[in-house]
Design a protein around this ligand. Structure first.
Ligand code: RAM
Length: 328
């Protein structure tokens, strides 16, 4: 009898020891494309949240090129792996809906963050900040240094990117009323690819000789544009601005290719996306008005589209870029 009890206890202990490996909750952080410093910073926050919550395996993944087709393949493979949740920054609001619906039908929780998926393709969307505020901010960043106004152009990410398209639309709306001297001459797309963004920036400069500012609401595009302005000795003639990761962009504030840029904390964004995914895994229901905890960042309340927004963007210039460049 004693021996039997001992054997049973040993077996139970063996099961307990083995359980954590199997019981891990797996959350996939799917980004627009790998090799983007903004997403690496978000993954850092996601990893931090996973550790804090405990029992979570974080899968940081995404395609090499920022396209919806490539992301569909990534999501298909995550469905096959039966992950518990997918937190995605999408390259297209609609193209990913069918595959994400399939994921949800199989019990996988789906959150979009940074760049959203249409409401029918996800349970929650987390915006880094208010869309209209970001739209106004990117124009103001250019206008602040153009007292007499002038020609400006936008260098965006992928032409289908949900977030950039929403910000550009909001920016266009605010120009006539608040920035009437700003003349937006073109919007081009660098696909969050350094080579394509460089070509597009060169193209803008060649096509618009009176260009006074390039606004790139993408951390990849803004670096490419500032490098082109530097290389073509146009510092002081064309101001590059937009949304930039301080650690990558500091050199262009230092050399004068840019006066100021803005962004939010990408670490907090990735961190919060994982908390939201985990809240859904725990059984919390996503519905308008529901409040979700996002750990040390606080909490968010869902709007009528089950979307929420985090804080206002910060502005970076000579006075503070050094400090922030050490963080993200
Ligand atoms: C790029 C990506 C990302 C966007 C930032 C500002 O890294 O396009 O989606 O939020 O820029």
């Amino acid at each position: 009898m004693k021996l039997f009890k001992l054997m049973a206890a040993t077996a139970a202990a063996a099961i307990l020891l083995a359980t954590p490996a199997f019981a891990q909750t797996r959350i996939a952080l799917v980004v627009k494309s790998l090799g983007n410093g903004f997403f690496d910073a978000a993954a850092k926050g996601a990893e931090e949240a996973a550790k804090e919550i405990g029992g979570i395996e974080l899968i940081y993944t995404g395609p090499t090129a920022a396209t919806a087709e490539a992301q569909i393949e990534v999501v298909n493979s995550l469905i096959a792996q039966q992950v518990d949740a997918i937190a995605i920054s999408a390259n297209d609001p609609d193209a990913l809906v069918p595959v994400l619906q399939r994921a949800m039908q199989r019990g996988i929780k789906v959150v979009s963050w940074d760049s959203g998926v249409a409401p029918e393709g996800r349970q929650i969307h987390l915006n880094p900040s208010d869309i209209n505020l970001i739209g106004e901010t990117i124009i103001k960043l250019a206008a602040d240094y153009l007292p007499d106004g002038g020609d400006v152009a936008i260098l965006s990410a992928a032409s289908t990117a949900t977030n950039q398209n929403a910000w550009i639309e909001a920016a266009k709306k605010v120009i006539p009323e608040k920035f009437p001297k700003i003349n937006l001459v073109a919007t081009v797309y660098g696909d969050d690819d350094s080579v394509k963004s460089t070509e597009e920036a060169r193209g803008l400069i060649a096509a618009y000789p009176n260009l006074k500012a390039i606004i790139a609401p993408t951390t990849v595009g803004v670096v490419a544009a500032a490098q082109v302005v530097t290389d073509q000795h146009l510092i002081g003639k064309i101001n590059v601005t937009g949304l930039a990761l301080p650690s990558e962009f500091k050199q262009f504030i230092d050399n004068g290719a840019s006066q100021a840029v803005a962004l939010w904390n990408p670490i907090d964004l990735g961190y919060s996306a994982v908390y939201l995914a985990n809240d859904l895994i725990k059984g919390e229901e996503a519905k308008p008005g529901a409040t979700f905890s996002i750990g040390k960042v606080g909490q968010v309340t869902l709007d009528d589209n089950n979307a929420a927004a985090m804080a206002a963007p910060f502005q970076f210039d000579k006075s503070n870029i050094d400090e922030f460049s050490k963080i993200y």
